[in-house]
Ligand binder design. Structure first.
Ligand code: PMP
Length: 344
């Protein structure tokens, strides 16, 4: 199965929503652009199906991503695009390679298609050994998923390593959900390596996670294949409104991204000062910390009881750590103060 981040709706202890500090979903603490709320309020098209050919969406996204509309496919979140990509490549008995610990949906969707998730272990710093990934390739390998920056650990695979993978000719998906926070992309290499695919989202940087809008950048041929099997109306009219308004307010949104990146670096230094934590450097809008003293699960629960949500994973390699989304500076300060109090 797949374990999502906990919704504030599900908290045992009732805490007023405005008092909850939600640092467990890598969402944008500054919210969406106010233009999105206004445009949704004014939108009169909710009774009409969206354009299934995504003409406007594809050209707007292409303009933002610096590519052409025939290379773009949009979907209801990057999440849905990952599902569609897996279904394009994986038949029962096929293999998908990914580098764990990483985002769980690659494995989840592969298994739903009857495929096998071949998991190559990252090293103790969560770095990927490319030659290990290459030696995991068999004649059943149909697709490779690389999360860059990696969720939940925040580190990146150097470009040369990803190109090394692309050179194998195996379809290679680079999940750049956190691109705006890293500034690192493989999209310019898709022309040279048409087996390379890039997946991104408006959930994080544009603050519209609940509206659901993700996209992929592909070679025109792969884009056509992905498009041919995706659900026709999954990019909803509200998502199109969210897209347009976000792009109109792009400069403002990117200024919140810069604030988050600055805060990421400050929070990292603050976390490093705590003797019971070892934060890992991150290029995303989150920081993974090893918990060196006590139980990470208990720390997470104790913080939750105080209305501060962070993410704990109950898996062998992650269970002694927590993932903290970078919020506003005052949210970081409250988190640090609460952790100091809890850990004595
Ligand atoms: N990829 C990664 C690495 C993510 O962290 C997420 C969101 N948690 C997604 C994809 C899915 O994003 P979306 O909201 O666009 O479905």
């Amino acid at each position: 199965g797949f374990t999502p981040n906990k919704s504030p709706d599900l908290l045992k202890k009732k805490i007023p929503p405005e008092e909850i500090i939600k640092l467990n979903g890598n969402e944008n603490p500054y919210g969406c652009s106010p233009a999105v709320n206004q445009a949704l309020f004014e939108c009169k098209k909710f009774s009409i199906y969206p354009d299934a050919t995504q003409q406007e969406v594809r050209s707007l996204v292409a303009g933002y991503a610096g590519t052409t509309p025939d290379r773009v496919v949009a979907a209801a979140g990057a999440d849905q695009l990952l599902d569609v990509i897996v279904r394009l490549f994986i038949d029962p008995g096929d293999e998908m390679i990914t580098c764990v610990p990483t985002f769980e949906l690659y494995r989840f969707y592969t298994q739903l298609c009857g495929g096998t998730a071949v998991e190559v272990q990252r090293d103790e710093n969560f770095d990927v050994n490319i030659s290990q990934v290459k030696s995991a390739i068999t004649n059943k390998t149909k697709v490779i998923f690389l999360c860059n920056p990696n969720n939940p650990t925040g580190n990146v695979i150097p470009k040369e390593g990803i190109l090394d993978m692309a050179k194998t000719g195996i379809p290679t998906v680079v999940d750049e959900a956190y691109y705006e926070f890293s500034g690192i992309t493989m999209s310019p290499y898709i022309d040279q390596y048409p087996n390379l695919m890039v997946v991104r989202t408006f959930s994080k940087w544009a603050g519209i996670a609940s509206i659901r809008l993700g996209y992929g950048i592909f070679s025109p041929e792969v884009a056509a294949s992905v498009f041919s099997i995706k659900p026709p109306f999954s990019v909803s009219v509200p998502a199109i409104v969210g897209l347009k308004s976000s792009l109109q307010e792009k400069e403002h949104l990117l200024s919140t991204v810069r604030k988050i990146v600055d805060e990421r670096e400050r929070l990292f230094q603050e976390l490093k000062k705590l003797s019971f934590l070892k934060p890992h450097p991150s290029k995303g809008n989150f920081i993974f910390c090893a918990v060196l003293k006590g139980e990470a699960a208990k720390l997470t629960q104790d913080l939750e009881d105080r209305g501060i949500l962070i993410r704990h994973y109950n898996t062998p390699r992650l269970k002694h750590g927590v993932r903290i989304t970078v919020g506003k500076p005052e949210q970081s300060d409250k988190l640090i103060a609460a952790m100091k109090e809890l850990m004595g």
